[in-house]
Design a binder for this molecule. Structure first.
Ligand SMILES: [Zn+2]
Length: 237
């Protein structure tokens, strides 16, 4: 009974506590999940493969596949699982983007305009080097502009004062300037599409809860598994 409870907990952990788990990196006990899958009916295993695969953590997928093989369930299920986990279709990406775009802005909390995404860079120079950061943000166009403008001003004032800082400052200011144009698209821009494409399982896991979605959108750097540009890309020289 204890294993069953643990199994239920761990199987749905990606649905109920996905963000918290991702942040805390709590390791999954795959043995418990194996035992839990063993205890389920064929119908339930098929349902998980068909309808819940994207919300499961990636390390659980091989366990699910093995269970399908062990039970000699139709091989099409394995193909289906692989196809589902491949890059989603353009239509699916657009639909997930719409879910994000209709959310309240995580910065100003207004819901008046469609949200979009941006990448921006900033540089701070020290005496012997600089810190160079690439960041990602989802918000309404007004808040995106504000964030990128602030990053550009900070870079303009503090970025020049070292050799590498000088180079990164020029790159960052040009990069930020180009991103401004993409904030006001009513349709999802490429940055948002790319982000959505790489985080569908998280969006799927929190789309029913505005609170969880807001938490995700507020800190995508911390929550997202992969961003269009690696947020850790920086140089401490
Ligand atoms: Zn806003």
């Amino acid at each position: 009974m204890e294993n069953l409870i643990k199994g239920l907990f761990f199987q749905y952990i990606s649905l109920s506590s996905f963000l918290r788990i991702l942040k805390s990196n709590i390791p999954l006990d795959l043995e418990i999940i194996k035992n839990h899958y063993r205890s389920l009916s064929d119908t339930k295993i098929k349902d998980i493969a068909k309808f819940e695969a994207r919300a499961l953590r990636p390390e659980v997928i091989p366990v699910l596949k093995q269970e399908i093989i062990n039970r000699k369930l139709p091989e099409e299920l394995l193909d289906f699982l692989d196809r589902k986990l491949l890059r989603p279709t353009e239509l699916e990406i657009i639909n997930y983007c719409k879910i994000i775009q209709k959310q309240r802005c995580p910065s100003c909390y207004k819901r008046s305009t469609n949200l979009n995404a941006t990448n921006y860079k900033y540089v701070i120079s020290f005496l012997f080097g600089c810190v160079y950061r690439v960041k990602f943000k989802i918000a309404c166009p007004h808040c995106l502009n504000k964030q990128v403008r602030n990053a550009s001003i900070k870079t303009f004032l503090l970025g020049w004062w070292s050799f590498y800082g000088f180079i990164h400052t020029i790159d960052s200011l040009i990069f930020n300037f180009r991103m401004f144009r993409k904030h006001h698209h009513n349709i999802p821009n490429e940055t948002l599409k790319d982000f959505v494409c790489k985080n569908i399982s998280i969006i799927e896991a929190c789309k029913e809860s505005e609170l969880r979605m807001q938490d995700f959108l507020k800190n995508p750097d911390n929550n997202a598994r992969q961003l269009s540009i690696n947020p850790e890309e920086y140089y401490d020289l």
